[in-house]
Design a protein around this ligand. Structure first.
Ligand code: ATP
Ligand code: MG
Length: 264
């Protein structure tokens, strides 16, 4: 579903601020892979997701989504294939619009976005149904302005919107990091539910080692612009925090000093 071949990205080349953020990264995701991504601050995690989304062009290499080479496609064009959720709950939804209007816009993604023709009652029913599965009571607040929702409610809605039209790839960049632990757990539960239901191919960055171990079928760790660990299958299922720390020391040659080294 995703094939990344030898991509590199250096920011501010030739200046004192030069930074190699991605260093010859290759990664292949099978259809339905749910990959958690960990690594310290500045390891290149967000840069990897931004490269896939086409926020800027990569310096070299190839990015193929579902057989189509998107390396030269604009961010706007690639958006048709992707669902994205970021850390900031203020991102991804329109605050001054209602819940159903936000969902309706998400559904019309890729077409000329206009709500002039209105939202049909059958569509409204479908939204009610989807929202009720979140267990946040949003199904009874279809016309409430999104700006009135809590961060967790808003993040859950963003997730719903990002997956309303089944994306070829779901990109989650610390999408629960700004939430309190209880709300974060709830949004993660919803994340799992949607990914399993729709068998979405997913990359999820997290700073929580336990979350990275518990969720998904595969885990990658990044460091200095490279993927230094890639754990999947039975090995991933049996993985413990101790295993992960041990592996980190093995591949990095560094003693595990504190969580910051691998989680940031
Ligand atoms: N647009 C940019 N311009 C310049 N430098 C950038 C840009 N984006 C990222 N970088 C640099 O690239 C490196 C990797 O950053 P990235 O955001 O990918 O890290 P990260 O692994 O997501 O870290 P964190 O856990 O802190 O979010 C960092 O040194 C960062 O400062
Ligand atoms: Mg980041």
């Amino acid at each position: 579903m995703l094939e990344i071949k030898n991509i590199s990205k250096t920011f501010n080349p030739g200046t004192v601020n030069e930074k190699v953020a991605l260093d010859d990264v290759s990664l292949t995701l099978e259809n339905g892979d749910f990959v958690t991504v960990i690594g310290g601050n500045g390891a290149g995690k967000s840069t990897l997701l931004n490269a896939i989304a086409g926020v800027w062009p990569v310096d070299c290499g190839q990015i193929i989504i579902d057989g189509q080479d998107v390396t030269k496609l604009s961010e706007h064009k690639r958006a048709a294939f992707l669902g994205r959720v970021f850390q900031d709950p203020m991102n991804g939804t329109a605050a001054t619009m209602g819940i159903e209007e936000n969902l309706a816009l998400a559904l019309r993604r890729g077409t000329l976005r206009t709500l002039r023709s209105g939202i049909k009652s059958s569509e409204r029913e479908a939204y009610r149904e989807l929202l009720s599965k979140l267990g946040l009571g949003l199904e009874n607040r279809l016309t409430s302005k999104v700006g009135l929702l809590s961060g967790g409610q808003r993040q859950a809605l963003t997730l719903l919107m990002a997956t309303l039209k089944k994306p070829k790839l779901l990109l989650l960049d610390e999408h629960t990091a700004a939430l309190d632990p209880k709300t974060a757990a709830k949004v993660l539960e919803t994340t799992d539910m949607i990914i399993n239901r729709d068998r979405l191919t997913t990359l999820m960055i997290t700073h929580n080692m336990k979350d990275a171990i518990v969720h998904g079928n595969r885990l990658i760790m990044m460091m200095e612009g490279k993927i230094i660990l890639d754990i999947r299958g039975e090995e991933k299922k049996k993985l413990t925090v101790e295993d992960l720390l041990h592996k980190f020391e093995e591949v990095s040659g560094e003693e595990f000093a504190n969580d910051k080294a691998i989680l940031g």
